[in-house]
Ligand binder design. Structure first.
Ligand code: 4AD
Ligand code: MG
Length: 429
């Protein structure tokens, strides 16, 4: 039996294999908070109701000791929908040494140094379960929409998102190659075979950012579709975000309660269309709100915050100036200074969740752009080839998994959303 299925076992005898999360004892009765990976349950041991050996075992148990408990499931006397285990047997698997993470407050560095243990804490447990649900929802959404999962390479000879944030590795006789920043370029090749595709894997950015939204290793889901243009690209993103959010409200409700997440803003968002502002409109709005940002400048965290602070829905900022965006974005046919791209800025301070665009599909235009960025050479010839053999309008986007999970969970820093975070000042454990 798994604790998560406990309600199906009322009045039955069950065995739970797990760990002791917490213990309270009054001398004649002990309350053991058990966890088995699937959930948490309170186990009640009455001294007069068990053998001396069982009671002695209970007294020996320390936090995080591993154990096998037998007992019967009963309804909690006062709390509706809560169940308890009335213990008859306790078998010790191992008595844990004094556990470094206790109920008292610990600083973030201490917790991150002990990440291998911190993962067992209730909130961290809940976050990983939400992450799992978000991943599953992404797969389900794309399969429902006839996208094919494509695995793009991690070791790549070329840059996708600018050469300043590449992690280099020595590759045999080839010299320096890089860890992938995004599978997008490869996905563009694959969709000319399968029509619509998505990838999902670790991506790397040697970004010297120390913000609460930046990791050096994070998971990205890139999606790409042939014959999809700019507006439809945003429709797909909006539907995907709503699908993921809805699934989390359905399937990880309890976890969100543990995380003390107020789900009202998520529920509200689900009933409304997302806002769409052009970059130009966004700059005007920011100026109106007192910012001195000028057309042509990138939006910072504060700007994103100002643009979404009163919004009940995520905001697409689309059609950015070409000068501050990567080479592959398609130029707006009505304005050569503008590209057909979008960022999606989340609500509640979540920041940029998605970056996407329609892709340049003209061979000569793209070639010139690649050269302009100083990226030319054989590494990009295969990418240019795609524009020679049946080029079609196509679009795609990339979702940062940790940012999405961080927003759904309502956690302050995305380092808590990945099991073992990598940041500029942290590669251990
Ligand atoms: O906006 P980005 O850089 O877009 C691309 O890489 C495109 N090639 C994607 C595509 O069109 N297929 O990254 C996409 C998303 C961002 O919106 C953000 O959510 C996340 O990836 N992201 C990061 N997450 C954590 N740490 C970082 N350092 C991140 N950089 C980007
Ligand atoms: Mg971006």
């Amino acid at each position: 039996m798994l604790i998560k299925n406990i309600s199906q076992y009322v009045n039955q005898e069950v065995e739970i294999k797990g760990w002791l999360y917490n213990k309270r004892s009054s001398g004649s009765i002990a309350f053991l908070e058990l966890r088995d990976g699937s959930g948490f349950v309170q186990a009640v041991v009455v001294k007069s109701g068990v053998s001396e050996e069982v009671w002695n075992n209970v007294e020996k148990l320390t936090q995080e000791s591993s154990l096998v408990v037998v007992g019967s499931i009963s309804k909690h006397p006062k709390q509706e929908g809560v169940f308890e285990l009335q213990v008859s047997k306790v078998e010790i698997v191992q008595i844990a040494e004094e556990y470094p993470i206790t109920k008292k407050e610990h600083g973030p560095d201490f917790l991150l140094d002990n990440r291998h243990l911190w993962l067992r804490s209730k909130k961290q447990w809940a976050i990983q379960r939400v992450r799992d649900e978000v991943i599953q929802a992404i797969y389900d959404y794309f399969h429902e929409q006839d996208f094919v999962k494509i695995d793009t390479p991690i070791i790549t000879p070329n840059a996708c998102e600018g050469s300043t944030t590449l992690f280099g590795i020595e590759y045999f006789d080839e010299g320096e190659v890089f860890l992938s920043q995004s599978g997008q370029l490869y996905l563009e090749a694959a969709i000319m075979s399968v029509g619509r595709g998505f990838d999902f894997g670790p991506t790397f950015r040697a970004e010297k950012s120390k913000t609460k939204r930046h990791l050096t290793e994070f998971w990205m889901m890139d999606a790409e579709a042939a014959y999809v243009e700019h507006d439809e690209n945003m429709d797909i993103q909006e539907a995907m975000v709503k699908f993921i959010a809805r699934r989390c409200l359905e399937n990880v409700k309890e976890e969100l309660v543990i995380l003390e997440r107020d789900i009202a803003p998520i529920e509200r968002m689900l009933t409304l269309p997302f806002a769409r502002l052009t970059y130009k409109e966004a700059i005007e709005k920011l100026n109106h709100l007192g910012s001195d940002i000028k057309f042509g400048e990138d939006l910072g965290n504060d700007d994103e915050g100002m643009l979404t602070q009163d919004s009940p829905v995520p905001v697409f900022i689309h059609k950015w100036p070409k000068t501050i965006k990567p080479f592959y974005m398609k130029v707006d046919p009505t304005d050569p200074e503008i590209v057909l791209n979008n960022d999606l800025i989340g609500i509640e301070g979540a920041g940029e969740l998605i970056g996407g665009s329609q892709r340049e599909d003209d061979y000569e235009v793209l070639k010139a752009e690649i050269q302009k960025e100083g990226l030319s050479g054989p590494e990009y010839q295969w990418y240019l080839d795609l524009r020679k053999y049946g080029s079609v309008p196509h679009s795609g986007f990339g979702l940062g998994l940790e940012r999405m999970v961080g927003w759904i969970c309502g956690v302050h820093h995305i380092r808590e959303t990945i099991p073992f975070p990598r940041m500029i000042n942290r590669v251990r454990p």
